[in-house]
Design a protein around this ligand. Structure first.
Ligand code: FAD
Length: 514
């Protein structure tokens, strides 16, 4: 166990709250500093979200909560979720008829869980509130930190909720043994840390903007059950793949769906091209058939009311080190949301961080000269080495998944590979074959390991398929080849080269479309 320390967590989002729970359950004094007011106070406006949003919670996030030392947490969290067992792809046939096609995520029926982000966050705050060694500091904005002297400064807004006009601001200074930065994509902790250590940091924006809509529940006076309220299947993540665009819908436990439109910036320029919005219904009906029936009167009115468009998605990476002299770590790496892993990866960060801290603390206990501070330094070194690779891997996977969701789900090669891999998983379990999606969403293997195994599977499959193809055609081809070799040696040479070129490009194609 790590010795009792003053651990300061910056940010009371889901990741910061779980980090505080892990730190507090190890007996440390924990202080949580949060820029906004208490999320549980109805007058607090969420920072980035106008209303609470739905997220896909999967195994990594659940596993991190399972190890938080709060047996009831998982049951409570799960009780407020809706299982989504697959994607529901929406489209239009050439004859104009609308269709839905279900694609299960997993051949064993495992599901990811739709959860209200605010609800999960509140539950974690409620548990922390009951712990005597945890103190909250809401309306406290980190404005500076000195990682040599272990001091930090906060701007404090006195008042009931953040952002209220007329609030007076004052500054306070605190000290700490260890600071955990979980203050989101624009992390202030990271910004200050970068002044103290040589830390590579990379940020890229992708050309995609997003905005949210709601599908309201059905009114049914004769049936008050939850299931009767959903306008489309509640057990799927709904996708309208538009190739360059994508519209998705995730169920909530009040019968609504939170929908997100992802589209490139030029789309928003197109929207603004006619202030009347008269051109937009056609656009929706072409790319997202059926959506205009679900969001009455027209999603268009909502879209036009969004001024300015929401910020583009960020794609951020960090390189070593994630720590400075064992006093800080950063859970604030951002990623695009297309694998539904942002929060899951952040929660997993917490579990892995504390596993490694515990391991080094135990090793330190066994030594004659205890030195918890340098044990923590070694732990954070290891954490950085391990986790940075995985952060890069999930960033790449999330970017690739955007292509999969908006386009590949319609392609035959994608569906064939998924089917084949699932059959191998069921009929030859000894091979340990799994789809990439299952490894990411239903397992806890390192993300970098998922990438490695999936690439390996892609190569093996391609070789096997190529072998089968040549095996079937082998006899006739050899006979023709011998005759040609005798008569037209040069033609054979050219023919073989062309054939090999095709195999290479097929291999490349299959590897890219994993
Ligand atoms: P945040 O939720 O950003 O919380 C950071 C906290 O730090 C905030 O409360 C903020 O007020 C506070 N803070 C900021 N600056 C300061 C400061 N200077 N001082 C003190 N406090 C500060 N993830 C999934 O796992 N599954 C999904 O399906 C999914 N879908 C998503 C869909 C969309 C459209 C988006 C945008 C994201 C999605 N994500 C998803 C990602 C998920 O929302 C984030 O990964 C998650 O909210 C991160 O939690 P966090 O606690 O690290 O940070």
């Amino acid at each position: 166990m790590v010795k009792k320390q003053k651990i300061v967590v910056i940010g009371a989002g889901p990741v910061g709250s779980l980090a505080a729970l892990y730190a507090a359950s190890r007996g440390n004094d924990v202080e949580i500093y949060e820029l906004r007011g208490d999320l549980r106070d109805p007058s607090t406006t969420p920072l980035n979200f106008t209303k609470s949003i739905n997220l896909a919670l999967s195994e990594r996030g659940l596993n991190a909560m399972r190890h938080a030392g709060q047996p009831k947490l998982i049951d409570h969290v799960k009780a407020a979720t809706i299982p989504m067992r697959g994607r529901m792809i929406h489209g239009k046939k050439p004859n104009g008829q609308l269709y839905e096609e279900a694609q299960d995520y997993d051949i064993h029926g495992r599901a990811i869980l739709a959860i209200d982000r605010g609800g999960l966050n509140k539950r974690l705050l409620d548990i922390l509130e009951e712990m005597p060694n945890v103190t909250f500091f809401f309306n406290h904005k980190l404005t500076g930190a000195d990682f040599n002297k272990n001091k930090a400064w906060f701007e404090v807004k006195d008042g009931t909720s953040s952002g209220e006009k007329g609030q007076r601001a004052r500054e306070i200074e605190i000290d700490f043994n260890f600071m955990i930065g979980a203050d989101g994509a624009h992390s202030a902790v990271r910004y200050h840390l970068m002044k103290y250590t040589r830390m590579d940091y990379e940020q890229q924006y992708i050309d995609t903007l997003w905005c949210e809509f709601q599908i309201q529940p059905k009114e049914n006076p004769e049936d008050d059950s939850l299931m009767s309220k959903f306008r489309i299947s509640p057990n799927h993540l709904h996708i309208w793949p538009g190739k360059k665009f994508m519209f998705i819908a995730i169920p909530s436990d009040d019968g609504t769906f939170t929908c997100t439109l992802f589209a490139p910036a030029e789309f928003y320029t197109f929207l603004e091209s006619d202030p009347s919005g008269a051109h937009i219904p056609d656009f929706f009906d072409t790319y997202f058939p059926g959506v205009t029936d679900l969001i009455p009167p027209r999603p268009i009115d909502l879209l036009l009311s969004l001024q300015p468009p929401p910020p583009p998605h960020q794609h951020q990476m960090q390189a070593l080190p994630l720590q400075f002299l064992g006093r800080y770590r950063d859970a604030a790496h951002a990623m695009v949301p297309f694998y539904g892993q942002g929060m899951n990866a952040g929660l997993e960060d917490v579990r892995i961080l504390f596993d490694i801290l515990d391991k080094h603390a135990r090793m330190d206990e066994e030594t004659v000269d205890h030195d918890p501070a340098s044990a923590r330094e070694r732990a954070l070194d290891e954490y950085s080495r391990v986790r940075v690779q995985d952060a890069h891997a999930i960033n790449d996977l999330a970017l690739q998944n955007y292509v999969e969701m908006r386009a590949s789900v319609l392609s035959l090669s994608y569906r064939f590979r998924k089917w084949l891999e699932e059959q191998l998983n069921v009929w030859l379990p000894g091979l340990g074959w799994q789809t990439k999606y299952s490894r990411v969403s239903f397992g806890n293997e390192r993300y970098s390991e998922v990438v490695r195994k999936s690439e390996h599977q892609g190569r093996v499959l391609m070789r096997a398929l190529t072998g089968l193809l040549f095996g079937a055609l082998g006899g006739p081809l050899v006979a023709v080849g011998v005759v040609m070799a005798v008569r037209y040696r040069r033609a054979v040479d050219v023919g073989l080269r062309a054939a090999m070129g095709n195999v290479d490009s097929m291999v490349e194609y299959m590897t890219m479309n994993r």
